[in-house]
Write a protein that binds this ligand. Structure first.
Ligand code: NAD
Length: 496
């Protein structure tokens, strides 16, 4: 195999190595002998340089008219569209999701670039009547300044684009620390932004390990905002450190999403949704459904059919056309997924299918796990409470629609919940009662579109919403302005 290409950080428009000279590799999870690239292993010194470069770029970028900033994003959309297939193939090689899903990931970035470029010419503030005469009141949006973005590996182009593109439109300057499992996807995305005309220093990329480069970014006093997507465990640390420094911290964390199947549901439709939501992206989506909460009258049939569907799935290298379920991202995560099989068995759940590492033939080259179904799971068991982030699903029986909703709400997370029913009243009650940022009716827990707000409640997030009409809010400040042209002192609340 030829030598793997070396990549650099992007700081102040220059592609440069880490100051320490250290590096790390990105390897394909479908074939661990395939080194996708070698990347700088950055630390606090590199983060310092990146923040300084961003600060230098800020005045000019902030002063660039918003429609002109939008033009860069429009060009980025064009380049992304032109390179969609190349990017998708690279993504499948670097992180494993099957090609058709990788294309969807890139498409999400294209959609976001189109959407945010359009935002460039839309109104950004409010004009509000004053309670006093000869006085005008209005608001406008301002950039936050130097911001830090930290992203996970599971949507390696889509998630960075959800953050980068609105932040750039807002006029922020960015230090971006991508996931160490998918640095190449991040590098290609940023190359496109540079090619689209982004001035030097506006986006800086610092590759590296979370505890090193990521932690240094969160701790840097001149980074005013951290936008983080990743696990609840790390999110808690980021929030604590950022909070102590009075930073704005926006968090998009884990999920323990459920599909609720009521007794009047279309069973085949629910199964189609269950298979897609549980095993798509090998269960490695924040919105993956890892719990199926099924009315007791249907649960036997549902479990038998889900088993048959899980056993029919073809697992392998996502670059192969026939493959439906790709690898697990890395060895640590493979071990973690298997440990939850052991937990499920130990807690007395019934292992219906799967529950094993797949290492026969070509699969021995990578990290593969059999689609796994547990039945007779009680809602309090660990497999029903904790995020596994793999192709493992727990089937839980419910006695009634009310109990099903209560089970769905019984975890610390609140990202995405779905209900299958043909009864409009039950559907509306579920919409109201389900505790999640996103609710689906007769559709699985995955399928978010970029023109709507995305985010979770409870342990999944801290109140921010990415995408949709709120996309730019996360990355900007609102300034309120009062102009009094009466020529005299007018006191609000007193001289009215
Ligand atoms: P992770 O928390 O391990 O890592 C996320 C990012 O944080 C990486 O870039 C990592 O390098 C960095 N990091 C790690 N330790 C850090 C530290 N101490 N300080 C600063 N940064 C640090 O998560 P992951 O394994 O990459 O992604 C999977 C998780 O992400 C799952 O929990 C999943 O549910 C969640 N996720 C959530 C959403 C959402 O929108 N809610 C979307 C995708 C993924």
């Amino acid at each position: 195999m030829s030598e793997a290409p070396a990549f650099q950080n992007l700081i102040g428009g220059e592609w440069i190595p880490a100051r320490s000279g250290r590096t790390f590799e990105s390897r394909s999870p479908a074939d661990r002998s395939d080194v996708v690239g070698v990347f700088p292993r950055s630390d606090a010194a590199d983060v310092d340089d990146a923040v300084a470069a961003a600060r230098r770029a800020f005045p000019a970028w902030r002063g660039t008219p918003q429609p002109a900033r939008g033009e860069v994003l429009r060009e980025a959309a064009r380049l992304l569209r032109e390179r969609k297939e190349e990017l998708a193939r690279l993504m499948t090689r670097e992180m494993g999701k099957v090609l058709v899903e990788a294309r969807g990931d890139v498409q999400e970035a294209i959609d976001m670039a189109d959407y945010i470029a359009g935002e460039a010419r839309r109104p950004v503030g409010q004009t509000v009547p004053s309670e006093l005469t000869d006085k005008v009141c209005f608001t406008f949006r301002e950039p936050v300044g130097v911001i830090g973005l930290i992203t996970p590996w599971n949507f390696p182009i889509a998630i960075p684009s959800w953050k980068l593109l609105p932040a750039l439109l807002a006029g922020d300057v960015v230090v971006f620390k991508p996931a160490e499992d998918t640095p190449l996807c991040a590098a290609r995305l940023v190359e496109i932004l540079v090619e689209a005309g982004l001035p030097p220093g506006v986006v800086n990329v610092v590759h590296g390990i979370g505890e090193e480069a990521g932690a240094a970014l969160v701790a840097h006093p001149e980074v005013r905002l951290i936008s983080f997507t990743g696990s609840a465990e790390v999110g808690r640390q980021v929030a604590a450190k950022g909070g102590a420094l009075l930073k704005r911290v926006s968090l998009e964390l884990g999920g323990k999403n459920a599909i609720v199947v009521l007794d009047d549901a279309d069973l085949e439709l629910a199964l189609d949704g269950a298979v897609w939501a549980a095993f798509g992206t090998t269960g490695q989506r924040c919105t993956a459904a890892s719990r199926m909460i099924v009315d007791r009258r249907l649960v036997g049939d549902f479990t038998a059919l889900l088993r048959a569907r899980a056993e029919a799935l073809r697992v392998g290298d996502g670059l192969r056309d026939e493959v439906e379920v790709g690898p697990i991202i890395n060895e640590r995560q493979l071990r973690r997924v298997h440990s939850y099989t052991e937990v499920g068995v130990a807690e007395g759940a019934r292992l219906v299918t799967g529950g094993a590492v797949l290492d026969q033939g070509d699969l021995a080259r990578g990290h593969f796990y059999a689609p796994t179904v547990f039945a007779d799971v009680r809602p309090t068991m660990r497999n029903a409470q904790e995020e596994i982030f793999g192709p493992t699903v727990a089937v839980i029986a419910a006695q009634s629609a009310e109990e099903a909703v209560a089970h769905a709400n019984s975890t610390v997370y609140g990202l995405s919940l779905a209900v299958y029913t043909r009864d409009v009243g039950r559907a509306f009650r579920a919409m109201r009662e389900l505790q999640a940022g996103i609710v689906y009716v007769n559709a699985p827990t995955i399928g978010a579109e970029i023109q709507l707000p995305f985010g979770g409640i409870k342990g999944t997030g801290n109140g921010h919403r990415e995408a949709g009409m709120t996309a730019v809010d996360e990355f900007s400040e609102r300034k309120t302005v009062y102009v009094d042209y009466s020529g005299r002192l007018q006191r609000a609340q007193i001289d009215t």
